[in-house]
Design a protein around this ligand. Sequence first.
Ligand SMILES: Nc1ncnc2c1ncn2[C@@H]1O[C@H](COP(=O)(O)OP(=O)(O)OP(=O)(O)O)[C@@H](O)[C@H]1O
Ligand SMILES: CC(C)(CO)[C@@H](O)C(=O)[O-]
Ligand code: BAL
Length: 315
Amino acid sequence: MMNKMTLSDTQIQIFENIFSFRNWRRKIGSENKLVGFVPTMGCLHEGHLSLIKQANQYCQIIVISIFVNPAQFAPSEDLDKYPRTLSDDLDKLSSLKCVDAVFLPKVEEIYPAGIPLEIEEQQGTFVEVKGKSHQMEGKTRPGFFRGVATVCTKLFNIVQPDNVFFGQKDAQQCVIIRNMIRDLHFPIEMHVGDIVREKDGLAMSSRNKYLTPEMRKVAITLHQSLIETKKAFENNNIKDRKNLLDPAFELIERVTKENEAQKLGFSIKLDYLSLADPDTLEEIDKIKEKGAILSGALYVGSTRLIDNILFNCKL
Ligand SMILES: Nc1ncnc2c1ncn2[C@@H]1O[C@H](COP(=O)(O)OP(=O)(O)OP(=O)(O)O)[C@@H](O)[C@H]1O
Ligand SMILES: CC(C)(CO)[C@@H](O)C(=O)[O-]
Ligand code: BAL
């Protein structure tokens, strides 16, 4: 079924199933216009909106999906409490005045064979990008990129975009989707948007909503630690792993201890810091001509925040 929603002074087509979306997409196909696609999980913020604005510079038709994809959540993760803010999201999309269609599929239609969160129980077709999904984010979230690659394949097949737009905040995801587009011969050009940050440098993220004001104050620690490494690289020309990463580890350790001493009732725990080759995503001992991805994940209470900085490379 297709609704035409009149949101303030713009009209965005809202599609809640594949059949109605495809009917619309078929008509667009005959108009010879470039279709740009921004997949999201909703709870939209300026990071998402910047990708949409970027898409609007390249494409005549802009499609957004909002779908909280169960396949990328482990049973222990936050699928149930992931923020769902559809009416607010639609207002934001409407205010951009460039979005043509929003695709809001249902879990049952995207996963016709069902989608239990335990990978061993799953049935049906899944997509894996081998060699690049097990490290960095994939170490803590082993099924994560399988879920992301699978849903992006499904969404690309349905939306049939000419251009897709992903955020650098999820750096490993960008590398994996780029490889998947190549390996599966999707006729799609991929673009990566810069990380949009809050005034103090915290990377915008839907999960920032989970942070209390006290947590929000220390959430910036991950970004600050990456900046320490950037300074060491750019100002002092340090290129070896230990000397680059040590100041970052020290900063996080200091803030962790201060936080414990203050007894604020939540913990700070570093999940990982990674200095990786931008193509292979293997850890490196030294930054060479190819550059590097410096990335990390930090738990603030039970909220897991990620961030990264690129050294002399693009995703
Ligand atoms: N701060 C940001 N700047 C630019 N792009 C972003 C930012 N945050 C997310 N994106 C991009 O938006 C797209 C959709 O991401 P998603 O809906 O998961 O939002 P999110 O804020 O990353 O959510 P989460 O809190 O779950 O990580 C992805 O390509 C992601 O990289
Ligand atoms: C690409 C994506 C929408 C797939 O669910 C998700 O991983 C995200 O929002 O980054
Ligand atoms: N942007 C990544 C979505 C996730 O963490 O599930």
